[in-house]
Design a binder for this molecule. Structure first.
Ligand code: ZN
Length: 427
């Protein structure tokens, strides 16, 4: 049984998207006072949607709209059709709560099964799911998708390293699902206990936060993995599983038969040129309880050009390169922290932690970049390395920073979000 979409050309995909767009606008207009008011104010009726291109006339939806409409925002079906709710952790402002109908849950489960298919699992695989269970979208969806696909789910939850190690060895887990930082923690524990020859892990599906190339290659090496797959996801758009890297590891295939992705300049709200970085704006095609119409995710990425070498017709976006709120401008260049992550990933011998300090000196912007050296390296011997970092940043981001390599472990870190950019010009 395959969970891949059945369209066989991009024209067919466009037809699916037009049908889904028409249905969504009509459904939201009829079912939700919030959307009806918004569309009325913009002077648009559902019958105005005649092509996917008409998307651009629709008003944008923001996270502010979700908090204004708390606790059940965007609800477009009667409450009696809602079978489940999920909520985000609410790290910024009020918690986001989203409603799901039975069909929403089925759709989500089906396209999550597609993730495991994209990662080329088989029914023989044993999948240790080390993500949060509860009101969050993660645990339950990883598990439902795994069962639907037909592999064996081990609902381990996050944390509890002792138990994770026991499961890895005793249950012969072959696939680990976790955040990248949990993955690194597990990998280092396996190394510390000398368990590498006693475990059977082959793949990791990781997500939900930034991770550098350095971090990924360390996890891969410590666990002797054949493949690692980045999985995107946000509560507003069902949850995790809305796309996956394929074996070509050249971007994330996203499920364009379930949602339309636009990449807009976060300041002008116009589409960026093909391949340029911008904000992901999402319109769902089948979501019943809480459909999204041009929802501004604040996540930054770029479309990948051309067809993937794996042969899939599903389009691709780049990794999530950060939040549009985190963007800063140096010498008239837009800089996103995620771009610094990717640039640093190209340099050997340095760690994955860094800090950017931007000042204005004599009316000019000055960007200073402090980067940790890799574990076991001597930072005082790395002036050559600083030059390499400087050149790499200049080449990739078009800004030339002052670079200082500092000892491993000296920059601040935190479990969730570390503040990496200090902009002194705002004061
Ligand atoms: Zn591919």
């Amino acid at each position: 049984m395959s969970f891949m979409p059945t369209f066989s050309s991009l024209d067919q995909l466009a037809d699916i998207q037009l049908d889904g767009l028409k249905w969504t606008v009509d459904h939201a207009y009829k079912g939700s006072a919030f959307y009806r008011n918004k569309l009325d104010a913009a002077g648009i009726t559902p019958s105005d949607i005649q092509s996917v291109d008409d998307l651009k006339y629709l008003p944008l939806t923001t996270s502010q709209d979700l908090s204004d409409d708390y606790p059940f925002p965007l609800l477009s079906t009667p409450m009696s059709e809602v079978v489940r709710i999920h909520a985000s952790s609410g790290t910024t402002g009020k918690r986001k709560v989203l409603c799901y109908t039975r069909k929403d849950i089925e759709d989500w489960t089906n396209f999550f099964a597609r993730c495991y298919e994209m990662a080329e699992l088989t029914h023989e695989d044993r999948v240790q799911i080390c993500v949060g269970y509860g009101v969050w979208t993660a645990g339950v969806s990883f598990q439902a998708g795994c069962e639907k696909f037909g592999a064996m789910a081990i609902p381990a939850g996050p944390g509890n390293l002792e138990m994770q190690m026991e499961f890895l060895v005793d249950f012969k887990t072959t696939v680990m699902c976790c955040t990248a930082s949990m993955g690194l923690l597990l990998a280092e524990e396996v190394e510390r206990r000398g368990l590498r020859d006693r475990i059977h892990l082959k793949k990791m599906i990781y997500g939900s936060e930034r991770s550098s190339d350095a971090m990924r290659s360390r996890i891969r090496k410590l666990l002797n993995l054949s493949d690692m797959y980045d999985i995107p996801g946000m509560t507003e758009l069902y949850g995790p599983g809305t796309g996956l890297e394929c074996r070509a590891h050249d971007g994330i295939h996203y499920w364009a038969d379930y949602y339309i992705l636009e990449i807009l300049n976060p300041e002008t709200l116009e589409p960026v040129a093909d391949g340029e970085v911008g904000e992901m704006v999402i319109t769902t095609l089948r979501k019943e309880a809480a459909p999204l119409i041009r929802y501004r995710t604040r996540d930054l990425t770029a479309m990948k050009k051309g067809m993937c070498s794996c042969g899939s017709l599903l389009p691709r976006h780049d990794r999530i390169l950060g939040r549009s709120d985190d963007m800063f401008i140096v010498k008239a260049v837009n800089v996103y922290p995620g771009q610094i992550d990717s640039a640093l990933g190209l340099v050997n011998g340095i760690g994955c932690e860094y800090q950017v300090v931007v000042d204005r000196v004599d009316g000019k912007d000055v960007m200073r970049l402090r980067v940790e050296c890799a574990q076991g390296e001597d930072s005082s011997l790395m002036s050559d390395k600083a030059r390499v970092v400087k050149d790499t940043i200049r080449r990739k981001i078009l800004v030339t920073p002052d670079v200082e390599i500092v000892p491993y472990g000296t920059l601040p870190r935190s479990e969730r979000k570390t503040k990496r950019v200090i902009d002194n010009r705002e004061n």
